[in-house]
Design a protein around this ligand. Structure first.
Ligand SMILES: Nc1ncnc2c1ncn2[C@@H]1O[C@H](COP(=O)(O)OP(=O)(O)O)[C@@H](O)[C@H]1O
Ligand SMILES: [Mg+2]
Length: 315
């Protein structure tokens, strides 16, 4: 058996090559094998095999969520209408507590925008088009820092004068977004923006650039960056999608949770795994995960790890 290792070259999505790698790194599951075959693998092939299962689980095996559907729909609408507006352009806010699948959702949106663009313009990358720009806000970041990140994403070799004004930075950012036909600007960890300056920068960006802004962060609608004062101006121009835990006391919630567990169950890359065990335990998994998809995914990952380990010891 030949297991091709997945080699990733970039640590962050905040550069164009890094983002493109993140958008395309969807490794397939390694071939299904029996216990006997697994234990017979040499140590090095076995560890490659385990790695491949892990990569598949972590990067490829995703379940559909109602929020994905909703935000895909909203975003598609904004991407069409924003370039046709001269003001009041709309954005999207993806908000939830820590570790709820926010970044994962934004990545899915980014991938779908990039793929749509690629379908319409197959040579887009060679033509220097950058449909998606991804920035991540660090602690206590300013609007100015945000603009510099956008500029560096699109023009990594540029040197910016140290004394450059916010207005100048914004003009450059807007021009670069325009030149590169950017449709989507993802601002992850947006809760790290604070005060009125970042909101006014984002508002101005929305006025001057037709790229649709997606703000992703922890409890954005109520947090200090966008929940009050100047920040409300940005919030009011955004549709809000909040990720929540699933309540299985409702029929709908139960059906959704069972569907997720069943998808993991069916696709678990374990030797001789007979789907059904996980699905039968969906309510117990709900209790253990506190109704959260991200925790369910983590439990499944741990399960895989344990399983691989125990077989490894037996071998
Ligand atoms: N749709 C999904 N299907 C499977 N796993 C998911 C999905 N969305 C999120 N996850 C899992 O949840 C974990 C946390 O997601 P992440 O997007 O990093 O959370 P946040 O940005 O809210 O802190 C990820 O490691 C991922 O494995
Ligand atoms: Mg995140």
């Amino acid at each position: 058996m030949i297991v091709e290792p997945l080699i990733l070259h970039h640590d962050t999505k905040t550069t164009l090559p890094g983002l493109r790698e993140a958008l395309t790194a969807l490794p397939a599951a390694p071939p299904a094998i029996t216990f006997a075959e697994y234990t017979a693998l040499t140590a090095s092939v076995r560890s490659l095999y385990d790695e491949a299962r892990d990569d598949y689980l972590r990067l490829t095996l995703r379940v559909p969520t109602p929020e994905q559907e909703l935000s895909t729909r909203i975003l598609a609408k904004h991407i069409i209408s924003n370039p046709r507006r001269k003001n009041s352009r709309r954005g999207l806010m993806v908000s939830a507590p820590m570790f709820y699948g926010k970044t994962e959702l934004a990545l899915l949106l980014a991938r779908s925008v990039e793929q749509d663009h690629a379908k319409k313009f197959p040579d887009y990358a060679d033509n220097g088009e950058v449909p998606v720009v991804w920035v991540e806000v660090t602690d206590h970041a300013t609007g100015k820092a945000l603009l510099s990140q956008i500029i560096r994403f699109l023009a990594p070799t540029i040197t910016l004068p140290t004394q450059i004004t916010t207005d100048n930075l914004r003009r450059r950012a807007v021009e670069l977004l325009h030149v590169h036909h950017t449709k989507l600007l993802v601002i992850d960890e947006a809760h790290n923006l604070g005060g009125s300056e970042p909101s006014s920068v984002i508002k101005a960006l929305q006025n001057e650039s037709s790229a649709t802004v997606v703000l992703v962060g922890i409890n954005l609608a109520s947090g200090k960056a966008f929940g009050s004062g100047e920040g409300l101006q940005v919030t009011m121009r955004c549709d809000l999608v909040e990720l929540r835990r699933v309540d299985i006391r409702t029929e709908e919630g139960m059906a959704l949770w069972r569907r997720w567990v069943a998808i993991f169950d069916r696709n678990l890359p374990l030797c001789e795994h007979i789907p059904g065990t996980l699905t039968r335990n969906a309510p117990a998994l709900h209790a253990a995960a506190d109704g959260r998809l991200s925790v369910l995914a983590m439990i499944i990952e741990r399960l895989m790890g344990l399983f691989g380990l125990s077989v490894g010891v037996m071998g």
